[in-house]
Design a protein around this ligand. Structure first.
Ligand code: MN
Length: 303
């Protein structure tokens, strides 16, 4: 935790068992050493416990340096990524599958090298609009590759997350029901489910039922508004979502995710269709989000 003066809008931690995190794209668009330092400093300053780093463009990431800086700041780290259409484990083309599997194994190593124990995201497909449904052969390839990855992760005491994404970003898993079936087929205990309120808003009946359906298999959470801007400025029933998380006794990480054209990541911003400016000041956005999540969760746990 930062020892610098905290702004008055940083809420106390009381009553919230969950580590609270923030996605690095609130701060910076790449993983160069200078950008990672900035993201770590701002994350600690804003009172978060955890930084999520996307590994979409991690060629410049200095892993030992980032690990040391994270430890010094007292922050946990989680890594995330999606794949690409030419490196996609849900493809029917085994050469494409092989390139996707290589990216996953490499990213698992990076996560481990950073001191992280959880690797999550759209590990099962490209992030983008598919022009066809998932094929049986493609689904078989996802299961085979992720089973191998889960075994590799298990040997490192690491867990994987299956982030459920909307239909415009994947054709593999769009609902909690899809994700639970996929995790069952992979069949490894260290594969957990990752819910994201932004995607749930598009695909699920509401923000409550999927939480109850996933229950103890929930391993990671993204909180984002329906437009991915300031929490509370959209129409999502985040109060209902917080109640559901408390009802199932979820004590795992909860990470705020928001994107604006003010911070652009090469590749990822285009994959996520970040065309609009929803905010300019990442610190104000993140401080507000941390207070919003902490107070909403604390109230939910107080029942
Ligand atoms: Mn997400």
């Amino acid at each position: 935790m930062s020892t610098t003066t905290q702004t008055p809008d940083v809420a106390p931690r009381g009553g919230v068992p969950n580590p609270l995190g923030v996605h690095a794209l609130v701060w910076v668009g790449d993983t160069s050493p200078a950008s990672v330092s900035e993201a770590i400093g701002q994350t600690a300053e804003a009172g978060f416990d955890l930084l999520e780093l996307s590994l979409h463009d991690s060629v410049n990431l200095d892993v030992p340096r980032a690990r040391a800086e994270l430890a010094e700041a007292g922050l946990k780290v989680v890594c995330s990524r999606g794949l690409a259409f030419d490196a996609d484990v849900s493809s029917d083309d085994l050469a494409v599958v092989e390139r996707g599997a290589a990216l996953l194994h490499e990213s698992l190593e990076v996560t481990d090298g950073l001191g992280g124990s959880h690797f999550t995201g759209a590990l099962y497909s490209a992030l983008g609009k598919y022009g066809h449904p998932l094929t049986a052969a493609g689904r078989h390839n996802v299961v085979t590759v992720l089973r191998d990855l889960a075994k590799e992760a298990q040997a490192k005491q690491m867990t994987l997350g299956l982030e459920i994404c909307n239909r415009y970003e994947t054709n593999v898993i769009n609902t909690a029901h899809d994700a639970l079936r996929l995790a069952d087929d992979i069949g490894e205990d260290n594969v957990s489910i990752h819910l994201d309120t932004y995607h749930m808003n598009i695909e699920e009946d509401d923000l409550v039922r999927p939480v109850y359906d996933v229950g103890s298999r929930l391993g990671y959470v993204h909180i984002g508004e329906n437009h991915r801007g300031y929490l509370g400025s959209g129409h999502l029933d985040l109060t209902g979502f917080f109640h559901a998380l408390a009802d199932i006794g979820y004590t795992g990480p909860i990470t705020f995710e928001s994107f604006s054209s003010a911070v652009v990541a090469p590749g990822l911003s285009n994959d996520l269709a970040i065309w609009r400016n929803l905010w300019d000041d990442g610190y104000d956005l993140a401080s507000h989000a941390r207070t919003y999540i902490a107070t909403g969760l604390a109230a939910a746990w107080r029942r």
